[in-house]
Design a protein around this ligand. Structure first.
Ligand SMILES: [Ca+2]
Ligand SMILES: [Ca+2]
Length: 442
């Protein structure tokens, strides 16, 4: 991991002010009946995924107008220095993984019919679809990370946040400096974690810099977003540990569930696609459990570098992957907004709480998701955040290879049982959005 820019980051961030974000309640919802209208599987092992048989592994239960806003410009990078650009301009497909902070792309404002257009939401015969009814949703423009946050990018946060006294590490568990919920697990706590810690430095496992970071809990994803905003002098929108998000703020944060699906569709709002690229269940377009990619069978997590599936012929000489094959021909999984890995690789946290029947009560404009109290109670009695996009690990059945990666697929933890998806699992990551950015208009 390169650390030459860390000192610059510290100086930059130290010059930036910040204030506590004010959490906004979710849009008003009608009174709720019993929060769980159907019965999730109660047995973690009773799941169709072939890989779920290994109990030592992560459980299958896993699991507007924006003009006029004054947002600081990102720091100039015309001098060839290596300081962090907190908000790089929209850039070409090779710009993101090597950056210490995510490259952001613009997702224009629009409206769409959110939900399952293909009749696949009820594919689990034991569980009715939670992807209906289709409902019209208008989304304000925002910017979104072109890729999942990478190990390199998350390690930059860990390193800088430790130096600033924002976080603490104990026995491989990363928390806020004052303790509390786990944000992340290093390799000292979970050998499959791609980042290790030897005070005072975090180091990414060899060859993993540009893979999506995993082993991140919701709070650890939220803390990253707040940190990234502070690099630009933006006040945090996510109140930790309250876990509330100010959607009216100008900030980096996690996407809402609606923003995530709208972004995944990539502008195909009339011919609604099953996957970000279209309807073809093509395992060469995304890191799914049976993509045949050259990380399969290697050490966990069997993630692939972000943006790997871009249509290129990839070479072992460039990646040093564990499989013997010299090359792997990818198909292009990039969607209409230029986003990659919106299907597969790592699950992605959203900011929303999960409620199974939310689509029946969702506001029509920029829905915020339910409040924690309105969220569905899981079999263990807890409420969980929504994850989206499927992953490299779950979801292979004889007729479904897609890792739960349909654009409309909702958090399968609800389908699978009482396992807490908010664990530092080896298949859970995230990407950030920049809401209300200056110049964010399409
Ligand atoms: Ca794979
Ligand atoms: Ca993903």
């Amino acid at each position: 991991m390169k650390r030459t820019w860390i000192g610059v980051v510290v100086l930059l961030a130290a010059s930036c002010g910040g204030s506590s974000g004010v959490a906004a309640d979710a849009d008003a919802l009608p009174p709720l009946d019993a929060p769980v209208a159907d019965t999730p599987d109660a047995t973690p092992g009773d799941a169709p995924d072939a890989r779920d048989a290994n109990p030592s592994d992560a459980p299958d239960a896993v699991p507007a107008d924006l003009s006029g806003l004054d947002v600081p410009e990102p720091p100039a990078d015309a001098t060839g220095d290596t300081s962090i650009d907190a908000a790089p301009a929209d850039a070409g497909p090779d710009a993101s993984p090597g950056q210490p902070v995510p490259t952001m792309v613009t997702v224009p404002a629009g409206s769409f019919e959110m939900g399952d257009h293909s009749g696949l939401g009820g594919e689990d015969p034991k569980h009715p679809s939670d992807e209906l009814p289709l409902h019209t949703v208008a989304i304000s423009a925002f910017r979104m990370g072109r890729t999942e946050v990478t190990c390199r990018q998350y390690a930059a946060f860990l390193e800088d946040a430790l130096a600033k006294g924002i976080l603490a590490v104990a026995s491989g568990g990363v928390t806020a400096a004052g303790g509390g919920a786990t944000w992340f697990q290093t390799a000292e706590a979970d050998a499959t974690s791609p980042i290790s810690f030897a005070n005072p430095h975090f180091t990414v496992r060899a060859g993993r810099d540009d893979h999506p970071v995993t082993h991140v809990r919701w709070e650890g994803a939220a803390a990253y977003a707040n940190w990234l905003g502070a690099l630009q002098g933006l006040s945090p929108c996510i109140d930790l540990p309250a876990g509330t998000i100010d959607l009216a703020g100008t900030c980096y944060r996690l996407p809402t569930e609606a923003e995530w699906e709208y972004a995944a569709v990539g502008g195909k709002t009339t011919a609604y696609p099953i996957y970000p690229w279209g309807d073809e269940m093509d395992p060469a377009r995304a890191n799914w459990p049976q993509s045949g990619d050259p990380w399969e069978g290697g050490p966990d997590p069997q993630t692939t570098p972000v943006g790997f599936y871009d249509g290129s012929l990839r070479l072992k000489a460039d990646f040093g992957w564990p499989a013997a094959a010299d090359s792997y021909q990818t198909h292009d999984g990039t969607n209409g907004f230029g986003l990659v890995d919106m299907a597969g690789n790592a699950w992605e946290w959203t900011g929303d709480w999960y409620r199974n029947d939310y689509y029946a009560v969702s506001p029509a404009a920029d829905p915020s998701g339910p409040t924690q109290a309105e969220a569905s109670a899981m079999p263990d009695g807890n409420r969980y955040r929504v994850m989206r996009g499927g992953n490299w690990y779950n979801g292979t059945t004889p007729d479904r290879l897609d890792g739960h990666s349909r654009v409309s697929n909702r958090d399968p933890a609800y389908f699978r049982g009482p396992g807490d998806p908010n664990g530092p699992w080896f298949h859970v990551g995230f990407r950030v959005v920049l809401a209300h950015p200056k110049g964010g208009q399409p």
